[in-house]
Design a protein around this ligand. Structure first.
Ligand SMILES: NC(=O)c1ccc[n+]([C@@H]2O[C@H](COP(=O)([O-])OP(=O)(O)OC[C@H]3O[C@@H](n4cnc5c(N)ncnc54)[C@H](O)[C@@H]3O)[C@@H](O)[C@H]2O)c1
Length: 365
């Protein structure tokens, strides 16, 4: 990596975000949990930000409040007000007027499988962060056609339109799901891929498409294999809600936490702030990547039972476990080897699991 990447302290933004100053970035899925946290960081770094999101699981209210200071649920939903943007009719939006950020995020409500919407969204952008995806593994099994359109065709269109718009940097969001249900622990980027669900197959295909895009157009692109991300704005509801969001909600409501199986399953839980850092580092064209894949986690395994203890420590509320039979397609253990991201991206996950839990808890109470 060239030395100058971490030496520029022009504004108050962290060093890894400095390269985004003055850039125009498209964040697909930017109204969702991880995407909206990336939007915050980009705006804080002085980038102009466009969001393309169909709001299927995301919420436009995530774009008008800072995650650590206010709750999205407390704000009015701009899409129920007049003037919401549909399928890229125009890029100036209602949100632009009401966002708290000085540059203003611009929202286009549209689907990544709609080439017209993607073309309008990516026009004039130098960077693309592609997060839009159907995120339910079980849903991908039951609705493979919808999943194909959203996650595989959508990614192909985002890459095709990025090439036509001469975007200089693309980051694709992959998942630890590509390692299958019984991965080697810790999992390394060179491990074989196992397509245990349409979701995992789609992420593996997205990585291949991203590498092909980078090589065919000789341009910067990377894929990030995210492990179990948690933090402010993550959904706590639904049958497949992420464990931490669901457990914190249970603590809030003083209800038991549902554990499938024994609760001895382990996961590499990673605070979203570290994931945002990884995206901004991976997007820096000075790394000169050609579709490389990187694991993004803390590199540490925590069991669901340990997680309940940590939640008791930070919230002072001890919630009892409610044990249910194990779910199909639940992997017993998962943990990332993050040495490649540390070495090649200078990834430096500074927010610990406990600190991440504290921040998430504070965003709820
Ligand atoms: N949360 C995790 O632990 C985790 C782990 C691995 C990978 N990922 C990946 O990270 C990305 C973001 O996930 P998240 O956890 O923030 O979930 P999320 O549901 O909050 O975000 C997904 C966003 O994409 C939007 N979207 C879905 N399909 C779309 C489409 N076809 N066109 C336009 N917008 C669409 C949704 O409305 C939502 O705003 C996804 O690609 C997901 O697969 C997440």
């Amino acid at each position: 990596m060239p030395d100058n990447i971490s030496q520029n302290f022009v504004s108050g933004a962290p060093d890894y975000a400095q390269h985004m100053r003055g850039a125009t970035a498209l964040v697909t899925g930017g109204a969702g949990f991880i995407g909206s946290n990336i939007v915050d960081a980009l705006l804080a770094a002085g980038a102009r930000v466009r969001v393309l999101d169909d709001l299927s699981t995301g919420d436009a209210r995530n774009l008008i409040v800072k995650s650590t200071t206010q709750h999205a649920q407390d704000a009015p939903n701009p899409n129920t007000q007049s003037g919401a943007i549909k399928n890229g009719d125009a890029i100036a939006s209602t949100l632009e007027k009401i966002t708290a950020q000085p540059n203003g995020a611009q929202l286009i409500v549209g689907n990544v499988s709609d080439a017209h919407a993607v073309r309008r969204a990516v026009a004039g952008c130098s960077h693309v962060f592609h997060l839009a995806a159907m995120v339910g593994i079980s849903q991908s099994v039951h609705e493979p056609d919808k999943h194909f359109n959203s996650n595989i065709l959508g990614t192909e269109i985002v890459l095709r339109e990025s090439a036509a718009a001469k975007v200089s940097s693309v980051v694709f969001t992959s998942s630890s799901a590509v390692y299958g249900l019984t991965p080697t622990i810790p999992s390394s980027e060179s491990d074989p891929l196992v397509a245990a669900s349409p979701y995992a197959a789609g992420k593996a295909q997205g990585e291949t498409l991203t590498e092909n895009y980078a090589r065919a157009h000789n341009t910067h692109a990377a894929s990030l294999r995210l492990f179990n991300v948690f933090g402010p704005r993550q959904s706590a509801t639904g049958a497949y809600a992420a464990a931490i969001a669901a457990f914190l909600r249970a603590a809030q409501l003083r209800e038991p936490a549902t554990l499938f199986g024994t609760g001895d399953q382990t996961r590499d839980f990673v605070p979203v702030a570290n994931v945002v850092q990884a995206f901004l580092r991976a997007a820096d064209p000075r790394h000169n990547l050609r579709g490389e894949r990187f694991n993004i986690g803390l590199g540490r395994a925590t069991s669901l039972r340990q997680l309940l203890d940590m939640i008791a420590d930070i919230s002072e509320i001890r919630i009892p476990p409610r044990l249910l039979p194990p779910r199909d397609a639940d992997s017993p253990h998962s943990c990332a080897d993050i040495s490649s991201a540390i070495c090649k991206l200078n990834f430096d996950p500074q927010v610990s699991m406990l600190e991440g839990l504290r921040q998430t808890w504070q965003s709820l109470v």
